[in-house]
Design a protein around this ligand. Sequence first.
Ligand SMILES: NC(=O)c1ccc[n+]([C@@H]2O[C@H](COP(=O)([O-])OP(=O)(O)OC[C@H]3O[C@@H](n4cnc5c(N)ncnc54)[C@H](OP(=O)(O)O)[C@@H]3O)[C@@H](O)[C@H]2O)c1
Length: 178
Amino acid sequence: MSRTVYYTGTSLDGFIATADHSLDWLVTRDNDADGPLGYNPFIANIGALAMGASTYQWLLDNAPGEPWPYDKPAWVFTHRVFPARGDGADVRFIQDPVEVVHKQMVEAAAGKDVWVVGGGDLAGQFADHGLLDEIVVSIAPVTLGSGAPLLPRKLELKLAELAQNGEFAAARYEVVRA
Ligand SMILES: NC(=O)c1ccc[n+]([C@@H]2O[C@H](COP(=O)([O-])OP(=O)(O)OC[C@H]3O[C@@H](n4cnc5c(N)ncnc54)[C@H](OP(=O)(O)O)[C@@H]3O)[C@@H](O)[C@H]2O)c1
């Protein structure tokens, strides 16, 4: 059965980017993509993904000219008008309600999991509708003091897995539903 997972890197004090959208504090660190809760086994079981406009803009800004990194359908929640992609990547710009998009994502994922890439409020919107099953965080050994929040909601969680991966503390939580 398809699970909906918010999988992200975070600072110890709960920010996924600096206020000016830098990830330099994250992407430079030692991490084994094949290791515990690593990216490679995670992405292998993902069939659809969703992100907000700032996250999409970060990808445009930080990988100019590079191919779109995902080979699964992606939904970008936005009110902005982004340039049309000329590379044939399956990227859908939408403003539809999260619960409507989630149905489409689960269908497209065909039994694989759904990845909420971020940001934190978008993950919160999925949680608001009872649609978030898991949160997997790789916690970098740094505090940022401010920035884009990991998940600006109150959610009850159950720790399901805990590991060290390189410089990171990696944890998988299940969302506890009332
Ligand atoms: N550490 C990590 O692993 C990680 C992972 C993901 C992202 N990030 C970074 O974290 C930052 C996240 O930025 P952010 O907090 O601004 O979040 P974001 O979700 O990337 O972008 C927020 C924007 O998405 C649009 N949006 C969100 N929900 C919507 C909805 N229901 N309908 C239509 N549009 C919607 C809105 O933009 P408009 O209304 O202006 O279109 C909103 O301002 C970025 O810098 C990103 O690169 C880091």
